[in-house]
Design a protein around this ligand. Structure first.
Ligand code: OAD
Ligand code: ZN
Length: 232
């Protein structure tokens, strides 16, 4: 399955597109870029510190939990564009004896980690003082600025995460697509790998998307209501 921000909407995590997506007056497309980080790292960190606070105050919803329960029975891989970590938290919440360890592929990285903008070293997220540019966190090895370990516009996805996602999608008989506007590639192409290999796409989204015409079934309700019925 492939998920996007709409899956976490009912947990209280704002989606990216539409009026809800603005932070102050900024569009995510203007902040989630390497150029924005070079121009004003303090502003970008302020946005991510806010997003971390939002996510910390949220919990997985019934949609995340339904996916985790179904995936733990086997034969399912979870590919997500979300950086909020709620799939992993749901897996921890519903864990029981006999669960299968299923693949969880975070295509766009994770808010819970930092990465050095110089040497690339990854660490768990540190707390960030955004009061001035010279207080921003720096790498213990090379002294460059740390940044969130997420993929920004114009950057490449981790090739091994991407290859595994496409391989699993091409081997799947069904790709369930939940809560994504399906406009950001290559993530939005993952379900097409299932389709091209002769499999079926099933979409859960209150709005039509560019993937809707490839979907054998489209369900228009909110993910937290539809998924427990669909996967239960
Ligand atoms: P978007 O904000 O673009 O789209 C959210 C989708 O969720 C829309 O199609 C909504 O119709 C749908 N939606 C809203 N509420 C829903 C609900 N309760 N149940 C089901 N669907 C619902 O988010 P993404 O498609 O995830 O990338 O955005 C893709 C990427 O663009 C993100 O990963 C991020 C962003 O910029 C990077 O940061 C690289
Ligand atoms: Zn470094």
């Amino acid at each position: 399955m492939l998920s996007g921000a709409g899956l976490s909407a009912e947990s209280g995590v704002p989606v990216f597109r539409g009026a809800q997506g603005l932070w102050r007056t900024h569009r995510p497309e203007d902040l989630a870029t390497p150029q924005a980080f070079r121009r004003d790292p303090r502003l970008v960190w302020e946005w991510y510190a806010w997003r971390r606070d939002v996510v910390a105050a949220c919990a997985p919803n019934d949609g995340h939990r339904a996916i985790a329960r179904r995936a733990a029975r086997g034969g399912v891989a979870v590919v997500t564009q979300n950086v909020d970590g709620l799939h992993a938290r749901a897996r921890g919440e519903v864990a029981s004896d006999g669960d299968v360890a299923y693949p969880l592929l975070e295509l766009h990285g994770a808010l819970s980690r930092d990465r050095c903008s110089g040497c690339g070293a990854r660490t768990a997220a540190v707390s960030v003082d955004t009061t001035s540019a010279d207080r921003l966190p720096r790498c213990g090895r090379c002294g460059s600025l740390l940044r969130p370990d997420v993929v920004w516009f114009g950057e490449s996805l981790d090739p091994s995460v991407l290859d595994t996602s496409f391989r699993l999608a091409s081997e799947a008989t069904v790709c369930l697509v939940v809560g994504t506007s399906a406009v950001v590639h290559p993530a939005a192409s993952v379900p097409l790998a299932t389709r091209h290999a002769g499999g079926t796409v099933v979409e859960v989204n209150p709005e039509p998307t560019p993937l809707t015409r490839y979907a054998a079934v489209s369900m228009g309700g909110p993910a937290a209501e539809v998924l427990p019925q669909l996967l239960g």
